[in-house]
Every structure is written in C-alpha cells, then in structure tokens.
Design a protein around this ligand. Structure first.
Ligand SMILES: O=C(O)c1ccccc1NCC(=O)[C@H](O)[C@H](O)COP(=O)(O)O
Length: 269
C-alpha cells in the first residue's frame, strides 16, 4: 500500500524533532516555556463564543499539500489582527514548513499581535514539541488521532495539561472518535478533509457529530466556505469551526471573517 500524506509528513517530522533536540535540548526549550506569557484559555473561549453564536478558530495558512500556495501576500501579525477585528475567537497557526510553508516564529508573531488564544497547528508526536509549542506562545495543541497511537495521544495530552494548555483532538472517522473519547480533552475536531483524496465533505461532520458524547465540544474543521455552511453545521449541534483557506483567499480578511460569522437566521454574531 502506498504511503499516505500523513505517513510522509510523520517521516520528515520525526527527523526534524530529532535534529531540533540536538540543536535545542529539552532543558533549553523547557526554560523558554516557563518564561513564556501566561496561557490564554482556548477551550473556554470557544465554549463561551459558541453559546452566544459561533466559535471560530481562524487559521493562518500560507499553503497546503492539497492546494499549493494559498496566500502569497503573507503578513502574519496583520492577518492575526484582521482575524481578531473580524470576530474570530481563537487563532490556529501552521508551524509546519515542508507541507504548509509555515514557521515556528509565525506562532509567536501571531500570539504577540493579538489577545486571542492560539493553537499550534502541526503534526505532534513527542512531548518535546508540546513544550516547544508553549515556548512559542501556544495555548492549545492539535492531536491527530489518525497519526498517533492511543498511548502517544495520552502522552501528548498529559504534556499539554502539565503546561496548562488545552488539546484539540482531531478525528476523521468513527473509530478515531471512539479513541478520542477515551482521552480527557473536551475539544473534539471533526476534520471534513479525506486525507487520501484531499476532498472535503461536510457529511463527515454530519455523520460523526451524533456519536460525540455530552460534555464534549465539537469543532468542525476544513472545507467550510459560507455562512450557509456554518448554519447547516449548527443544525447538527455544531457551533465551533476551524477555517483557513476560504478566509485566507480574501483580500479583506477582517471583512470576510465578519461576513462569514453573520448567520442570516441569527443576525450578526
Ligand atoms: O489542508 C490540507 O491540504 C491538508 C492536507 C493534509 C493534512 C492536513 C491538511 N490540512 C490541515 C487542516 O486541518 C486544515 O488546515 C484546517 O482544518 C483548515 O481547513 P481549510 O479551511 O479547508 O483550509
């Protein structure tokens, strides 16, 4: 069977982590993490926003494996401010370079530009990366169930908790959702992107949302483009979203964010 995109990303990411540990030993990263600005409550902010209207994790995303270059004009602090001005609840910042043209510094730049809680959007395998996330200013990390074992997921989640951060647990199917529900984190991300074909379908959220137990907060991720998409997800009880490309392609990101959050049935959020 040919390697999936996640297999390929995991292979280079493990090499990167090994190299980073040599250049910047864990003791150095932990000292930087301890000196980082206080953690901003990520899950709580999303929960509060979703109770009043929609919770939006707006993603700072320059490029992707499926679409190539998305936004050539890429000024991270300006984008972070535009998202905040447009009403985003939290930010997601891609720090992976080979596949997304992201950078670790982008997370710090975004965090310093606004007061919103920030997610480190990367492929996490090692508690070293969790400490590094905190050192860079992250308030939440992503755990992709399709790419880690149950033991690795629990180890990453524990590390996030020890640093006071939240974790967004990402799933693509019912089996991953069952595994995610065995963890402690309340934030469950349902990714609408099929990682084999790269196609997005909101049907993934429609199908999986019904299997998410009470007390967990669903975040629908990927392929969300219009206020109608958000309203459709809300019909299934999903009121929080992770959105990148459709906003990153707009000239006026603040206005586009504001427009996206305007639900015709509910008035401006
Ligand atoms: O975006 C991709 O092409 C991609 C490919 C392989 C693994 C992950 C990928 N994206 C990560 C994400 O989860 C999205 O950046 C995020 O959900 C936002 O999606 P979108 O609004 O469709 O940009």
């Amino acid at each position: 069977m040919s390697a999936t995109i996640l297999d390929r990303i995991k292979a280079y990411k493990l090499d990167e982590i090994a190299a980073d540990k040599t250049t910047h030993p864990l003791s150095e990263i932990e000292a930087r993490a301890k000196a980082a600005p206080p953690v901003r409550p990520f899950a709580a902010a999303l929960h509060k926003a979703a109770q009043k209207g929609y919770g939006l994790i707006a993603e700072i995303k320059k490029a992707s494996p499926s679409k190539g270059l998305i936004r050539p004009d890429f000024d991270v602090p300006a984008l972070a401010r535009a998202y905040a001005e447009g009403g985003a609840t939290c930010l997601s910042v891609l720090t992976d370079t080979p596949s997304f043209q992201g950078a670790k510094e982008y997370l710090t730049e975004a965090h310093n530009a606004v007061k919103l809680p920030c997610l480190r959007k990367d492929f996490m395998y090692d508690p070293y990366q969790v400490a590094e996330a905190r050192a860079l200013g992250a308030d939440c990390i992503l755990i992709i169930m399709a790419s880690v074992s149950d033991a690795q997921a629990a180890e990453l989640e524990d590390a996030a908790r020890r640093w006071g951060m939240d974790a967004l647990i990402e799933v693509h199917d019912a089996e991953e959702l069952d595994r995610a529900c065995a963890l402690k984190s309340t934030l469950i991300g349902i990714n609408n992107r099929n990682l084999n074909t790269f196609e997005t379908s909101l049907e993934t959220t429609r199908q999986l949302a019904r299997g998410v137990p009470e007390g967990r907060q669903i975040v629908s991720e990927s392929g969300l483009n219009t206020p109608a998409d958000l309203a459709e997800m809300a019909r299934f009880g999903v009121r929080s979203f992770l959105i990148g490309e459709s906003l990153m392609r707009q000239a006026d990101v603040a206005a586009a964010t504001r427009a996206l959050l305007t639900n015709p049935d509910m008035g401006a959020q």
